[in-house]
Design a protein around this ligand. Structure first.
Ligand SMILES: [Zn+2]
Length: 214
């Protein structure tokens, strides 16, 4: 079964996607990756995209939809779609793509996470620059045994937060506002499953297994 992920920032989408890729061979399709791939290919369209990005503009729905259509025509089944659709218009376009490529089997998974948990996940993240292991100072089970020291290699840990609490909360709220109509759209089509993403990622993975293994 193909999956479409709708997930606020810090819902743990990356970890769950890797688990699905490793255990079920899911192919992760993100619109960000598609854009980067097209730019790196040096194609005509890729050069256009590069120019748009350089100017600090958003790549149009039409271009993203075209790239996605090309990719889905190749992959066809066993994919996780990430970053699309972001609005109802895109959801309708995706429906058309699915129909034309004969992809009837999909489920939309909403990774629901509270603002509190998402904020702690995003802002509490600390990383070991030496071995790459990540921790979170706000969750006991994810915190290093000794404050700011890597369990693995004894290196001092550093914070790498791009967000302040205020900017993170803004991004989170904005995401909810923008995606609410998309969730409603899939609810009406009876395609929506909501998973409690406040849980640890292995539990989230278990819940998703139940959805895909029916
Ligand atoms: Zn380390």
């Amino acid at each position: 079964m193909n999956l479409i992920f709708i997930a606020p920032p810090a819902a743990g989408k990356g970890t769950v996607s890797s688990l699905l890729a490793t255990n079920y061979g899911y192919q992760h399709i993100s619109t960000g990756d598609l854009l980067r791939k097209e730019i790196n290919s040096g194609s005509e369209l890729g050069m256009q995209v590069q120019e748009i990005v350089n100017q600090g503009d958003l790549v149009s729905d039409d271009i993203i939809t075209e790239l996605l259509m090309k990719e889905l025509a190749k992959v066809k089944s066993g994919f996780i779609l990430d970053g699309y659709p972001r609005n109802v218009e895109q959801a309708e376009k995706l429906n058309t793509i699915f129909t034309s490529l004969n992809i009837p089997d999909y489920r939309v998974i909403y990774l629901a996470v509270t603002e509190e948990v998402a904020t702690k996940r995003a802002l509490g993240r600390i990383i070991c620059n030496k071995c790459g292991r990540t921790y979170n100072k706000y969750f006991t089970e994810l915190a290093p045994k000794v404050t700011n020291i890597c369990d693995n290699c004894g290196n001092a840990l550093s914070t790498r937060n791009e967000d302040t609490e205020e900017t993170f909360k803004y991004r989170y709220q904005k995401y909810l506002d923008v995606t609410a109509p998309v969730l409603q759209y899939y609810q009406d089509l009876d395609k929506l499953s909501t998973v409690d993403a406040n849980q640890p990622s292995d539990q989230v993975f278990e819940d998703i297994k139940k959805i895909i293994e029916v």
